[in-house]
Design a protein around this ligand. Structure first.
Ligand code: PGA
Length: 254
């Protein structure tokens, strides 16, 4: 059985004070969470607060991105080594907002994925189609391309044994429109089958999260689907009570 992972993607939100409050709020409620693994991804400058506040708890944390380079003259970038230094477990890679606003290509994302794994962190690889692509019937083609960026690495399917995938339909992110459980399940099953063609064992163990307007009100139904193993939560991760309610929903589906 795959352990559900509920990861909060805080994006570019908050302040020092708000981060402390949110971290403490989640920490205070974590005792009620059973089997779900819980993680938060604050903005880079606040990772030190996650390290301070969450150490000794079961709550893991990570970053929202990572440089594809080891170190050196790369102004504004943050390396995997630095993330390790702050105790990160996860790094979100290839989020659609980075594909869109930072022109990240599949090749760049694959390189970041390798870098994260090489430094002992677990990448959360985001894949997902835009509304236009869905309407043109291209959903599978697009998510396959996003997934293949990693599957086609020299290390092959073994690379996916070291990561987590998040299916995030772009049209559902921050819009309040969620994929129906059936729509999401269809894509999750497609992704798992694609991995299974290379390794049934790795596919069976791979956690595939759903992201895109997941909220306390729809989390249970979504995670009840056979191939949905948790959530990558944006907006609803900014309120401790909502985030914890989603973590609870993850527990209910084991
Ligand atoms: P949302 O964001 O939950 O606000 O839709 C999810 C994400 O972008 O990871």
């Amino acid at each position: 059985m795959r352990q559900p992972l509920i990861a909060g993607n805080w994006k570019m939100n908050g302040s020092k004070a708000a981060t402390v409050e949110l971290l403490n709020g989640i920490k205070a409620g974590i005792g009620d969470i059973g089997t779900s693994e819980v993680a938060v991804c604050p903005p880079f400058p606040y990772l030190y607060l996650a390290e301070e506040i969450l150490s000794g708890t079961a709550i893991r944390y990570g970053s929202q991105d990572c440089s594809r380079e080891e170190e050196g003259a790369f102004t504004g970038q943050v390396s995997a080594t630095m993330l390790r230094d702050f105790g990160c477990t996860y790094a979100i890679i290839g989020h659609s907002e980075r594909r869109l606003f930072n022109a990240e290509t599949n090749a760049v994302i694959a390189r970041k994925y390798q870098m994260v794994v090489a430094h002992g962190l677990t990448p959360i690889l985001c894949v997902g189609e835009t509304l236009e692509e869905r309407e043109q019937g291209k959903t599978e083609e697009v998510v396959a391309r996003h997934l293949d960026a990693v599957l086609d690495l020299p290390e092959g399917v073994a690379a996916l044994a070291k990561g987590v995938v998040a299916y995030e339909p772009v049209w559902a992110i921050g819009t309040g429109v969620t994929a129906t459980p059936e729509q999401a399940q269809e894509v999750h099953a497609f992704l798992r089958q694609r991995v299974a063609k290379k390794s049934a064992e790795i596919a069976a163990k791979l956690r595939i999260l759903y992201g895109g307007s997941m909220k306390p009100g729809n989390a249970l139904e979504l995670m009840a689907q056979a191939d949905i193993d948790g959530g990558l939560i944006g907006g609803a991760a900014l309120k401790a009570a909502d985030f914890l309610a989603i973590c609870k929903a993850g527990d209910a589906n084991v």
